[in-house]
Design a protein around this ligand. Sequence first.
Ligand code: ATP
Length: 351
Amino acid sequence: MTGLILQNVEKYYGSACAVTDVNLHLPAGKLVCFLGPSGCGKTTLLRMIAGLESLSSGEILLDGEDVSHTPAHERNFGMVFQSLALFPHMTVGENIAYPLKLRGVRKAGQQARVVELLEMIQLQQMLDRPVAKLSGGQRQRVAIARAIAAHPKLLLLDEPLSALDAKLRESMQVEIRQLQQRLNITTILVTHDQREAMTMADIVVVLGEHRVQQVGTPIEIYRNPANEFVADFIGSGNIFAAVALGNGQVGLPGGGTLEVPGSAPLVAGAAIKMLVRPEDVQLSPHQAPEGNRLAGTVTFIRDIGATIETTVECGGVSLTSLTTPSQAFGLGVGHPVSITLPAEACRVLGA
Ligand code: ATP
């Protein structure tokens, strides 16, 4: 099978678990993000794939071949670290040529490849410039060019953009994604920035508490989070306690019911957690409750540019709504309001 497969991979440092029970199939040519909070094991997992860290148990297969014990320098994987790890005393050209030199590529071959890569990263004029005299974004591009110089089978990026300011970071995200798609190179990007993962990845692997919590496309993970951890970590969400009534309805803590088709299989009385995304919470002038329309009171309003964030207390739950200014129709704190939670937008979260 092509692509990268991780089977029952785990890593312990002494008795402390860094990451456990990892089973993944990452298809060839895709950009995969390892996303999760600090300390969940993202870097450890990437370093095991790179061969820089041994496995406590499990196997790593690339295109069907077991590489679990192959030394890092024999894997031919390109890697970019947060620190970039460029050689400061070398020129741009020397940095990019370095992995080719290590592999014994002849001088003429090195030069041709460096020219090709400089064109790709649009730094043709910088061949002889010391890397110390480049801007942050230029250094970033050189690090990526060096990582792909020897035509690696896999490109591994460990938070490579975290030192850049927000604007440069965003343009580098687009550049990396375009380059990855043009070269069709299987790439793993480690990040704790959910926006970066959601906008760049074909597949997101959400890690938390030292294990994989969910694997899916960005939209799958956003719309159908597997559990409360993922729902909370990805995007903003209204997460609240409710009780299954056993008939496709749920009861709210302060009274009131909602139609929630996903709750139908649950036994009556089961305590559950619900998710509704703020952009799905609809506001309307105060009316009697009916169906999934509940009566509430506005407790907070915030203007965040093109959208208005309105918090409404209803049914013993505090719900946030994101709307356009006109959909918030001049509401103010203390105003009575009705909110509608469409049945298809109400999700029951797994444990
Ligand atoms: P961050 O986003 O902060 O880099 P991470 O998700 O990449 O975090 P890892 O660096 O993989 O997390 O660390 C996972 C766990 O393993 C952490 O609890 C960390 O303290 C532990 N750990 C990592 N490297 C070592 C080591 N060499 N020795 C002991 N424990 C380690």
